[in-house]
Design a protein around this ligand. Sequence first.
Ligand SMILES: Nc1ncnc2c1ncn2[C@@H]1O[C@H](COP(=O)(O)OP(=O)(O)OP(=O)(O)O)[C@@H](O)[C@H]1O
Ligand SMILES: [Mg+2]
Length: 360
Amino acid sequence: MAQTPRLQVDHVSCDFDGRVVVRDVSLQVAPGEIMCLLGPSGCGKSTTLRVIAGVERQNAGRILVDGQVMSDDRDHRPPEARGIGLMFQDFALFPHLSVAQNVSFGLTGPKTEKSARVTELLERVDLAGYGQKSPHMLSGGEQQRVALARALAPRPKVMLMDEPFSGLDNRLRDGIRDETLQLLKEEGTAVLLVTHEPEEAMRMADQIALMRDGQIVQQGAPYNIYNAPCDQAAAAFFSDVNVIRGRVEGALTDTAFGQFLAPGYPDGSDVEIIFRPQHVKIDFDRGGRGPNPTAVDGVPARGVVERARFMGHESLVEFRMDFNQEVLRATVPAVFLPKPGTPLWLTVRRDRCFVFPHRG
Ligand SMILES: Nc1ncnc2c1ncn2[C@@H]1O[C@H](COP(=O)(O)OP(=O)(O)OP(=O)(O)O)[C@@H](O)[C@H]1O
Ligand SMILES: [Mg+2]
C-alpha cells in the first residue's frame, strides 16, 4: 500500500487467562476502504475489534492510526484518544436524551458548531427534522441511522462495526448498509466491519480477512477469496462444496472427471478435489454418451438424478454418481427439475476446481 494506512494492526495477540483468543493478527485498512473480518462464531472477531478500540489490551503487537502508535508494548492510549468510532449490534442510544443530544454526545467545542454538525449529520442520514424526538419514537432502522450519525459526529478516522446490521429486517438492511457504507467512504473513514455472513462480506467488502481460531487464515478481495480459497474450510465457508478424492501420480491425479494438476504433491498422496455446485455443468444423455471432453470442462461423468428442488433464484439437483455411488450437487440458474432416476452427464469447470490434501 503506497499511502499510509489509516488503520494498521501489526502482529496483535490477545489471551484470556492463558487461552489465546487472537493470534498474531495483522491487517491494514486504507482511507475509504472497507475490510470485513469474517469468520464463524467464537473465532475472535469481536475481541479483535475490542483490542483495536482499546477497551481490551493486547498481549503483543501494536496498533497504529495514520502512522501514529495507539498501543504497543509501552504505550496504551485510552479508547477516546484513538480517533476510532464504534458501532455495535446493540447500538444502544441514550433513551433519556433526544436524537440531537445523542448525536452531539461525543462532540466538543462551541455550541453553534456542535449544533451545525448535528444538523448536517441528521440530513446525511435522512433524518432532518428528527432532532427533538426521543429514541423510542423511532423505528429500528431510524435508530440505527441515529447511531451511525452519533458514531460519525466526531469525524473518526477509523470506524469499527460489529455486526451493526444484524438487528434489522432483510428489507431495511440492504438499503441501510449500502447508504451507510457510501457515507463512510465519502468521509474517507477506514472501516473494519465484523460479520459471520459470507454474503454480507461479499456484498460490502473491498477486502475480506477470513478468521478462524483467532487467526487470519486468508486476506484479499472477495473475488480472490471466493475463487482461490486457501484450504477446504475456506472454500466451504462461502458455499456448499462437492468433494471427490484422488491419488497423485507424477503431479497429476486421475478422476472420473479427467486429470487434474497436483503440483507439489508426492506420488501416492491422497488429495481432495473441491468444487462448488454452480460450477458443475449438466448435459443430456445421448444414447449412453455425454458431451465430448474439452480443455475447459474436462471429461464428463454420468450420474442419476436423486432429487431436484426449486430454490427461487436457482434449481438444486442432486446426483448419485456412477463412478463411486456418492452424491454430487449442481445448481442451475433457472427452473430445471429433472425426474429422479434420469441419467445425466456432469462436467466441472476445471479452473474452478481446487486441489487440497486429503484430510484423512
Ligand atoms: N473477556 C473475556 N474473557 C474470557 N474469554 C473471553 C472474553 N471475551 C471473549 N472471550 C472468549 O474468546 C473467544 C472469542 O470471542 P469473540 O467474542 O471474540 O468471538 P466472535 O468471533 O466475535 O464470535 P461471535 O460471532 O459469536 O460474536 C470466545 O471463546 C469467548 O468465549
Ligand atoms: Mg462477536
